[in-house]
Structure formats: structure tokens, C-alpha cells
Design a protein around this ligand. Structure first.
Ligand code: NAI
Ligand code: MG
Length: 358
């Protein structure tokens, strides 16, 4: 019997996206060649700010239908200096996440062996978190508008949407995630002191869902206080659930506390599996280092590992991540982690580790 083949849509897009996605494909190909237990078939889509500037569209007609044929989407980053960020984000990333109902955004962070947290006294065991971000509504629902453009009395509204359905499904997902982790500890982030409608519904639904998860310990934190707890008591946290905006901010903080934004992955999951899920490093297109060959590919390797786990290849996922961590431990680190290795040197070192799995 020929090994199982998964079809992966690759959208490297902008800035360092193509550099890190290439590194990711190199590592994944080495892994499948070595393990020989499954195969990956990659199809590249050159949707980017360049195509937007030429055609006026990030995703060509029929593009989403085309994406649906794949088992997963491997995404780089979108954003260019000469395109407003709200156009690029809504034109490509959110244009996939929202119609594909990738409502659960999963953002694990931890301190790898061989890397250092900028926090004094924070070792690998003290920071091991998974942030679950609501990814379909909330503050990024796209509701609102502008009137009286350019006039002194111009107004703009940005309306947050919290639906019982949307909140309940992300809470269930977060409780299930917490339940599968050894500490079974979930922190619900909120701002229900100041935001007295949506955030109060958020808290109420969290309480209702908690009833079905007696073995999970839950606590509630206001988002502002949460930033101090992340910095001062990282070891007191494990799984965290927060709204689209709050988790967006907290997860960049989390990645930096673990050493660099260049290591953390993101999964945009449709837990119903009706649509393919999308996997991307947490960072953006990093114009300041594009083309210099120094972008950290670790976030993309970890992203690739998360993608394999979602596809059902848990063992291969663990093996890939262990190879990446071994390379960090050998001190082969890019500049953002305090080293001087290039993207290629890190990638070659990870491939060399993968080959040892044979
Ligand atoms: P960014 O994540 O691109 O960069 C922030 C800082 O981190 C920069 O100094 C950059 O050099 C560094 N950095 C990021 N990734 C790195 C890596 N792999 N290795 C080493 N250093 C790395 O965030 P920024 O500058 O706010 O945004 C740049 C563009 O990216 C914007 O257009 C923004 O909208 C877009 N963006 C896109 C995202 C996505 O596609 N999911 C996510 C975040 C931002
Ligand atoms: Mg962000």
C-alpha cells in the first residue's frame, strides 16, 4: 500500500513569507523522505501584495474553491510597505480565515532548550502556554463604518460582535485543549469590568461551559492584569482563552517572553473539519529583514509540526519539533535569538537532525 498523501496549499505571500515557507517545505520534505510513513504534495499559490498591485485582488476568482481541495494551508505572511495593512490583512488572511470558519486560533509558546527568555529566572519549565484566540468575530468582525469622510465631524465605528454561538464554541475548544494538557488549567481573559455587554456574555458562557469540564481548573483575569501576570508569574499559567483582539496582543507578548517572535506558530483551525485549516508563523512580513537571509525559520518549523499533528501525524510532528529544539540547543540560532546563524544554516542543521531519524 502506498503511504498516505496529504495535499498542502502553500501561500508564502509577502516579505519574509517566501523565505520561511521555503525553509518549512525543505524541512517537511526531508522529514517525509526520511520517515517514509506518509507523503506531502505541495501546491504553490503566488497570491500576495504584488498580485494585488497588478490585478486589484489578493485571491483570484475561484481561489477559495481551489483552496478547499487541499488538506491544509501553509501560509507565510501578508503585508507590504506600499499597501495599507487593513487592505492586505482583509484581502488575504482574513479572506480565508473567516469564510472557512477557522474560528479557533491556537498559539502555543514555550522556551526551547538552548534559548533564553528575556525574563530573569524563567527557564524552559516556567513558560509553557497555549493561547486560544477567538478567530471569527469579536473586535475583528468587520462591523462598523465611517461617515462624513475627511470632515472635522467625521465619525468612525468599530463594533465588536460576540455571539453566544461564537463564544460557546471557542470556550468548548479552549476547555478541551486545557483538558488534554497535564496541568488542566485554563485562564479566561476578559475585560468585563469596562466592557459590560460582550465581555459579560463572554464570562457567562465560560461559566456555563465550565460545568461540563469538572476536571479543568478555571480562573478569570482582566486583560490588563494578565500582562503583568505573564511577566511576573509565567509559571502560574497554562492554557489561556481570549478574544480576537486581546489574544492577538497577548500572543505577541507571549512569543517575546519566550525569546522571540521568530519562534511562535499559529494554527487557524476549523474544528469541524469542513474546511481546510491554515497554519502560519505568528510573525508578519518583517520588511526590515526581508531578503537578508537572516529570518528565523523556527516559527515556521513549529508551524509545520502543528500542521502535521492536525493532519493526524502526531508522531512525525513530535519528531520534527524535537529536531528543531536540538538545533537550538546546539546554539545554531538566528540573530533575533542572540545568535549569528542564517536562515539557511538553521534549516540545514534541522535537515541534518531529521536525517538522523532514519
Ligand atoms: P513583524 O512580525 O513583521 O515584525 C516585527 C519585528 O519582528 C521586526 O523587527 C521583524 O524583523 C522581527 N521579526 C519578525 N519575524 C521574524 C523572524 N522570523 N525572524 C527574525 N525576526 C523577525 O510585524 P510588523 O513589523 O508589525 O508588521 C510587518 C507587516 O506584516 C505589516 O504589514 C503587518 O500588517 C504584517 N503582519 C502580517 C501578519 C500575518 O500575515 N499573519 C501578522 C503580523 C503582521
Ligand atoms: Mg498579531
Amino acid at each position: 500500500m502506498s503511504p498516505k498523501t496529504y495535499s498542502i496549499a502553500c501561500i508564502p505571500a509577502d516579505g519574509i513569507g517566501p523565505e520561511v515557507i521555503n525553509a518549512g517545505i525543505t524541512a517537511l520534505s526531508a522529514l517525509t523522505d526520511t520517515l517514509k510513513t506518509f507523503q506531502l504534495k505541495f501546491k504553490n499559490y503566488d497570491w500576495s501584495s504584488e498580485t494585488y498591485k497588478k490585478t486589484g485582488k489578493y485571491i483570484p476568482d475561484g481561489g477559495l474553491e481551489e483552496l478547499k481541495k487541499h488538506d491544509a494551508i501553509f501560509f507565510g505572511a501578508v503585508g507590504a510597505p506600499d499597501v495599507p495593512d487593513h487592505i492586505s490583512l482583509w484581502g488575504l488572511r482574513l479572506a480565508i480565515c473567516q469564510p472557512f470558519q477557522q474560528y479557533a486560533n491556537v498559539r502555543p509558546t514555550r522556551v526551547f532548550r538552548g534559548t533564553e527568555s528575556p525574563l530573569r529566572k524563567c527557564g524552559p519549565k516556567d513558560l509553557d502556554w497555549v493561547i486560544i484566540r477567538e478567530n471569527s468575530e469579536g473586535e475583528y468582525a468587520g462591523q462598523g463604518g465611517r461617515s462624513h469622510a475627511g470632515k472635522p465631524w467625521e465619525v468612525a465605528t468599530e463594533v465588536s460582535i460576540f455571539s453566544r454561538h461564537g463564544v460557546e464554541r471557542i470556550m468548548r475548544f479552549a476547555f478541551e485543549t486545557a483538558q488534554k494538557r497535564p496541568r488542566k488549567l485554563l485562564t479566561v481573559v476578559t475585560k468585563s469590568n469596562a466592557q459590560r455587554n460582550g465581555m459579560v456574555l463572554w464570562d457567562e458562557v465560560a461559566k456555563l461551559v465550565a460545568v461540563d469540564f469538572h476536571d479543568v481548573t478555571v480562573d478569570k483575569m482582566l486583560v490588563d492584569a494578565m500582562t503583568t501576570r505573564m511577566v511576573l508569574k509565567p509559571e502560574s499559567l497554562d492554557t489561556i482563552v481570549a478574544t480576537n483582539l486581546h489574544a492577538d496582543i497577548l500572543s505577541d507578548l507571549a512569543a517575546s517572553l519566550a525569546g522571540s517572535i521568530g519562534i511562535a506558530p499559529t494554527s487557524n483551525l476549523d474544528p469541524t473539519r469542513e474546511y481546510p485549516s491554515m497554519f502560519e508563523p505568528i510573525h508578519g512580513s518583517a520588511f526590515d529583514i526581508t531578503g537578508m537571509g537572516i529570518s528565523n525559520p523556527v516559527a515556521t518549523f513549529w508551524t509545520a509540526a502543528e500542521m502535521l499533528a492536525w493532519l493526524g501525524e502526531e508522531e512525525a510532528s513530535k519528531q520534527l519539533l524535537a529536531c528543531v529544539e536540538n538545533v537550538c540547543e546546539q546554539g545554531i540560532l538566528t540573530r533575533d535569538l542572540g545568535g549569528d546563524a542564517t536562515t539557511k544554516q538553521v534549516t540545514d542543521a534541522v535537515v541534518a537532525e531529521i536525517k538522523k531519524l532514519a
